[in-house]
Design a protein around this ligand. Structure first.
Ligand code: ADE
Ligand code: ZN
Length: 336
């Protein structure tokens, strides 16, 4: 339809996509076979790509999803595996009309399995460079820290020689904070964020997905982030919402993710209209597209179906996404 076409042609920026979350059941089984990685035998979901996909439709919470997410990525071993995964995502992004993608990955989820950081980074970087060359998508990489792990583990990961070298080389644009949110408040990660800021890295953090609004406030005030990932619970605190609107902080929302992980009952319960009315800036993203039933354009379409946004509102959303990106000012002007 022409509407789908209109949404596809909008100059979209994606700010909230975990590359490991782009691992489709099909690629997962293919890599498990190639790398001789055994999948859990006591969980019938792992019988086939089909049964796995069916299980994904029944996630009960963020942690229920994360269990599958960490098992899934255990099939990633070689540089070429990481490259194939990211390339698969960039092809979808291109089809969906993404102009610029800032993508997360979880170094600790790989180094803890004995996979070198350089293996992960080289694979992902190869795909990024190929996307820039062949698809004309500009890209940035963001290293996330796993908040369910002990803070000293996260500090060690941040200080890792290869990780530091990649920051120094400009191969990584910023840092993020992800994984289980409840009971892992932002303030625990103050030192990493402070040092990352001193090193010139941009900073974001998942907050207010399952966690309370105080996590959003603390991510802003203690971690010094300039974006908030998800942030849907912000509507529970009107004063904080006003503060975020005034500051112009971008929320990277993921509507389909929120429904699948049962943070909200349906897309209609997403606070998109409230954010628009309050002048809170946000982008619309896929989070873990292979697990949540859709890529970025599916999220745009789902939002449009329910909220029936005007051309003007869509234009504003995309402009805010461009302006809230971590690319050069020159690249922003190209996209505007
Ligand atoms: N890791 C991958 N997807 C995530 C999400 N939606 N929230 C927290 N951690 C994640
Ligand atoms: Zn996320």
């Amino acid at each position: 339809t022409s509407l789908h076409d209109f949404l596809r042609r909008l100059p979209k920026c994606e700010h909230h996509i975990h590359l490991e979350g782009a691992l489709t059941p099909s690629l997962l089984f293919q890599l498990a076979k190639k790398n001789r990685i055994s999948l859990p035998k006591d969980d019938k979901a792992f019988i086939s790509p089909h049964s796995l996909l069916a299980r994904y439709a029944r996630f009960s919470s963020l942690d229920d999803f994360l269990g599958y997410y960490y098992i899934g990525m255990s099939v990633l071993v070689h540089e070429a595996d990481f490259e194939a995964l990211a390339w698969d995502y960039f092809q979808h992004a291109s089809t969906d009309g993404v102009h610029h993608a800032e993508v997360f990955f979880d170094p600790q989820a790989h180094t803890s399995r004995g996979i070198a950081y350089t293996t992960v980074l080289s694979g992902f970087r190869n795909a990024c460079l190929r996307a820039e060359r062949e698809l004309h998508i500009t890209t940035e990489l963001i290293t996330c820290f796993l908040r369910h792990l002990p803070v000293p583990d996260c500090l060690t990961a941040f200080e890792n020689q290869d990780v530091q070298a990649s920051y120094l080389a400009g191969h990584i644009k910023g840092i993020g904070l992800d994984s289980s949110e409840l009971n892992f408040p932002p303030h625990l990660f103050k030192e990493i964020y402070e040092r990352a800021g001193q090193q010139g890295l941009r900073r974001t953090a998942h907050a207010g997905e399952e966690g309370p609004t105080s996590y959003i406030a603390d991510a802003l005030d203690i971690l010094g982030v300039d974006r908030i990932d998800h942030g849907i619970r912000l509507v529970e605190d009107p004063a904080l919402m006003q503060k975020i609107a005034a500051r112009g902080t971008l929320l990277t929302t993921c509507p389909m993710s929120n429904v699948v992980l049962r943070c909200i009952k349906s897309i209609g319960d997403h606070p998109i209209r409230k954010f628009l009315d309050a002048g809170v800036k946000f982008s619309i993203n896929s989070d873990d597209p292979a697990y949540f039933g859709g890529y970025i354009l599916d999220n745009y379409c789902a939002v449009h179906e329910v909220f029936d946004l005007s051309v003007e509102e869509w234009t504003t959303i995309c402009r805010n996404g461009i302006e809230g990106s971590w690319c050069s000012e020159e690249r922003k002007r190209e996209m505007l």
